[in-house]
Design a protein around this ligand. Structure first.
Ligand SMILES: CC(C)(COP(=O)(O)OP(=O)(O)OC[C@H]1O[C@@H](n2cnc3c(N)ncnc32)[C@H](O)[C@@H]1OP(=O)(O)O)[C@@H](O)C(=O)NCCC(=O)NCCS
Length: 188
């Protein structure tokens, strides 16, 4: 557990589920992302060590989730599975979704949780983090258009919203089409 300015950052646990779903629904103002999170948690598709909550005064005010993604070359060969590190660490991971309760937004909570999770992702030995999100927000954490690293999106989105951040274990030879967990396909 880490504490930043009275904000407790810790790994999410199963008892947090309802509060986490509520954070996503309130932040996005619709049910799609909370349903996505519910499915990912049910499937055990979240990377436990990177699924973090921010707690203020005993209340969960933010949650961040990561899943493994695959990277396929033009012949559909899975390049990322060939470079799993020691302990089966996935080479590529996707940050999504990140949500902060509306009353707690623009106070540095999202920044604290994103920075802590990226620090942990680097420490765990992942090679690259992919994100689909606000092009004004994620560059603050070192994300750049994923196309710069030869990564293409499975979604029909503008180049600047599909971003990637290489970590210490980055390998420029591993690039191609990013494949997310199926549950992401349902979210528009
Ligand atoms: C986007 C979101 C996660 C940001 O979290 P937050 O706690 O409000 O943001 P922070 O206070 O940590 O902001 C850090 C910086 O980003 C800026 N910022 C915050 N939200 C932003 C946004 N939507 N677009 C661009 N910049 C943003 C802040 O002004 C701040 O800038 P500074 O470091 O120069 O002062 C949060 O507002 C949220 O949950 N929004 C609804 C759900 C959502 O859109 N999730 C992201 C999906 S990609």
């Amino acid at each position: 557990m880490t504490t930043v300015d009275g904000l407790e950052l810790r790994q999410a646990c199963s008892d947090d589920r309802d509060e986490i779903l509520n954070v996503h629904e309130a932040a996005f103002g619709r049910a799609a992302e909370s349903k996505l999170v519910e499915t990912l948690l049910k499937d055990g598709a979240d990377i436990r060590e990177l699924s973090l909550v921010a707690v203020r005064d005993g209340k969960i005010v933010s949650h961040i989730l990561y899943t493994e993604v695959q990277i396929l070359d033009e012949k559909n060969k899975n390049l990322s599975s060939m470079v799993r590190g020691k302990g089966g660490i996935a080479y590529a991971v996707a940050l999504a979704p990140l949500a902060v309760l509306p009353a707690h937004q623009k106070k540095g909570v999202g920044k604290a949780l994103a920075n802590e999770s990226l620090r942990l992702a680097n420490e765990r030995g992942h090679g690259i983090v992919i994100v689909l999100g606000h092009p004004e927000y994620y560059p603050k954490f070192g994300f750049e258009p994923a196309s710069k690293f030869g990564m293409s999106s499975p979604f029909d989105v503008a180049d600047d919203v599909f971003m990637a951040k290489p970590l210490s274990a980055f390998n420029e030879k591993i690039c191609g089409n990013v494949i997310y967990h199926d549950a992401f396909i349902e979210v528009e």
